[in-house]
Design a protein around this ligand. Sequence first.
Ligand SMILES: N=C(N)NCCC[C@H](NC(=O)CCC(=O)O)C(=O)O
Length: 448
Amino acid sequence: MSAFEANFDGLVGPTHNYAGLSYGNVASTGNQNVTANPKVAAKQGLAKMKALHDAGFKQGVLAPHERPSVATLRLLGFGGSDAEVIARADKEAPAILAACSSASTMWTANAATVSPSADTADGRVHFTPANLNNKFHRAIEHPTTGRILQAMFRDERHFAHHPALPAQMHFGDEGAANHTRFCAEYDKPGVEFFVFGQAAFDSRYPKPARFPARQTLEASQAIARLHGLKPEQVVYAQQDPETIDKGVFHNDVISVGNGNVLFHHEKSFLDQAAVLDELSRKLSAVGGQFIGIEVPESEVSVEEAVKSYLFNSQLLSKADGKLIIVVPEESRNIERVWHYLSKLTQSGGPIDEVRVFDLKQSMQNGGGPACLRLRVAMSDRELAAVNPAVLMNDTLFTTLNHWVDKHYRDRLGADDLADPQLLLECRTALDELTQILQLGSVYPFQLG
Ligand SMILES: N=C(N)NCCC[C@H](NC(=O)CCC(=O)O)C(=O)O
């Protein structure tokens, strides 16, 4: 039996825009009101998916959501026809309309936490959609995300789906952006690594002073319980609060891991040496040999890490056992970061190849290669049970590019969000997409 890590990338939705919604994410607030190009954004994402599929990696697609979320606006008291709901929200609360219009579901690292079957008590792959409770525009994602995941991973013999955690800051959960799994092989027991920004019920843990800590320790512990993980195969670590205050709003902005390798910055975690030691001990107990690659502040500062998104990269295992690192163009544009990467790939270590993608449309909202993908490690039998229509291939790539050409605008600014036509365009596109991806009815407008 063989096993794989499949990456499911978020397809950028038709309302992609820059609304400055994510305090603590410096790219999001810094690019507020820049005019977006949803068509280019979707194509940049598709190009990454296709290139990685062509390079031999398992690649899938996660569908975007219905936006603006008229259902949410109705919950907030905006009534009338759909067009009237949008017009009233625009007039009385344009910031709320913008939040309900975000295409933020493209960052599927935040869609859910996923535990592979080799780690869970019942031997199934477990999914818990993230409540994304810290940001209103993201907190409305999880019900639809849950339905889409169930439509992709339907077979109950292999896949288990949990509801999101209680929607409260005490259980703030940002999904796989703060979760990494280490293993010797994808279908062998591994070590699940949960990184949190604060503890909600225990005041002894420090907190950042400036920006919010989105993930709590208690949320991570709840996920580990729900997924039936063994305590000896779980490691919790607190992110260094000072780095959160410098714009590291998720752990995947300061570290990335895959297989037995953790590529991380010197300032990633509190008590970093103890964290690395625990990872190493627990991985060795399940037959793996942990390798930490630590980038010193003197070579790449935390600020440079945030600007370049060096750590918001993907580490992908090649057939020869080495890793390829997938970075955004911004990493090449910062000389010291590019110099570090060149040195890294020539060091004789596990990462020996770098691949660069232009993801500028997503990057301007703080979303790099790693934000755009949700990882699901599966055996070949589990992979065979995935809805095949969501798996990337030449035909799907062509179909989705045509679909984008047909339905997407090439400019979207703040004023366009009030256009009732945008909702119709989005619904028409998504109705067609659910047929392409064979998802059934997953959106509020389809459920009635
Ligand atoms: N690091 C990971 N895994 N994900 C990146 C998420 C970016 C997203 N940006 C936004 O939601 C900005 C939307 C706007 O401002 O229009 C966020 O902050 O949640």
